[in-house]
Design a protein around this ligand. Sequence first.
Ligand SMILES: Nc1nc2c(c(=O)[nH]1)N[C@H]1C(S)=C(S)[C@@H](COP(=O)(O)O)O[C@H]1N2
Ligand SMILES: [Mo]
Length: 489
Amino acid sequence: MKPAKAAATGLIALLAALAAGHLTAAFVGLPASPYLAVADAAVDLTPSWLKDAAISAFGTYDKPALLTGMALVLAAVAAAAGLTSRTSPTPGTAIIAVFGVAGLAAVVTRPDVGQLSVLAPMASLAAGLYVFRHLHREAGEPTSRRDFLITAGLAITAGAAGQLLGAKTDVEASRAAIGDLTPKTKAPPIPPMADFAGNGTPTFITSANDFYRIDTALTVPRIRAENWSLRIHGMVDRPTTLSFEDIRRRDLTEETITLTCVSNEIGGPYISTANFTGVKIGDVLREAGVQPGADQLLSTSDDGFTAGSPLDHVLENGLIAIAMNGEPLPAEHGFPARLVVPGLYGYVSATKWVTELNVTTFEREQGYWIPRGWATRAPIKTSSRIDHPKRLARTSGRTVVAGTAWAQPRGVLKVEVRIDGGPWQDAELGADVNDSAWRMWKIELDLRPGSHTAECRATDKSGFTQDQARLDPVPDGATGWHSVTFTVE
Ligand SMILES: Nc1nc2c(c(=O)[nH]1)N[C@H]1C(S)=C(S)[C@@H](COP(=O)(O)O)O[C@H]1N2
Ligand SMILES: [Mo]
């Protein structure tokens, strides 16, 4: 067989395998798609240093980058399977079988798939083997070229159909049917002058579209509200299970809360603020009857992610949230329900697609990131960021330096700015919304033309001023003063 044709048998067999798996997954749940399941397994098995490197290298594009990288590797293997089978189909068959079994293993070990999900990788394996052997046999025939093209076309159509069907698994319909979630207790309106968006800070409330997103989920869990429930168990007197209706029928509270990611570098973007509506975690836990000796709330997501929060903190503070900025949660931010706890970094508190609350101890259970090198206890560090001017920007006229500061749940008391290592000057603060939300600041300066470096530091209401020492995010959040160098013309 000619090398080009041999490589094509492998590539078309791969296409058919992926398409058959994806199309089957559209019916049994998209996470069962072997391609996505293998990528998910890769994410879970990746050492955390590499994951951190991938997040900083690819930013929020780490998922498309991973999926593209996998496609390239698979294509190379498929071509190799074809090329090693130029005389006999056996080597290629063996390679396909090995990859098929790996896909099967990746799917059945996922926490978020049902029993029928094995059908998807089995369809993949069967389609891959059948198409490979079929094309291999046909390769010598005069009609083989047409046969190859038709098979490839069928595979692409089946794959696209799977993607379309799977993507509209009706979570959007379920969201649209939720209707009004007006809270009984509304968050106070955001006062004017809470942000300096005109001077380059973010708006005080982040829109759902602009809200940062961090999670380990390659495919967003797509759970319909009516199929969702929250199980409260562990060290409680009365274990219970709440439905979405049970939660929405309670008195809903709305709070303006700033969410922060522990992996945010100094000056980084992983911080946003929204009005979250839900019920207080503490109320629900107290009704279940928390037993003495418990010190951790371990929350579990539909996709297997877990977060461990200090129990005393969540008894006082935090919501089981079902709405964000007046709308049901977007699927990427946890629909139908998630936790939001002011004062704790997201990885130890903010479980999206939450399905279980387990009252337990830190000794007995660990959240997802703890064995991966991150701290068990992770209160948010007092911090600040310069949003304007941008690094290496050119400004003219009077310079306004403006930014963001946060110290949930202590609140921000003061932000200072210094230029070129000179004396610290107090910045003007935006309106104080609440201690669980960020605070904006700005300062107007007369600077000589030339290059300048601005630095900022925040002091929280406990009197603590953020540390100058530059520390990486691992294990419990970055420290250091953000600095930006720019040129005045
Ligand atoms: N199910 C699930 N929930 C999760 C995570 C996750 O990986 N899976 N990541 C957490 C982390 S690290 C952060 S910072 C916040 C981010 O929430 P957001 O994506 O809505 O901004 O979600 C938390 N909840
Ligand atoms: Mo995070």
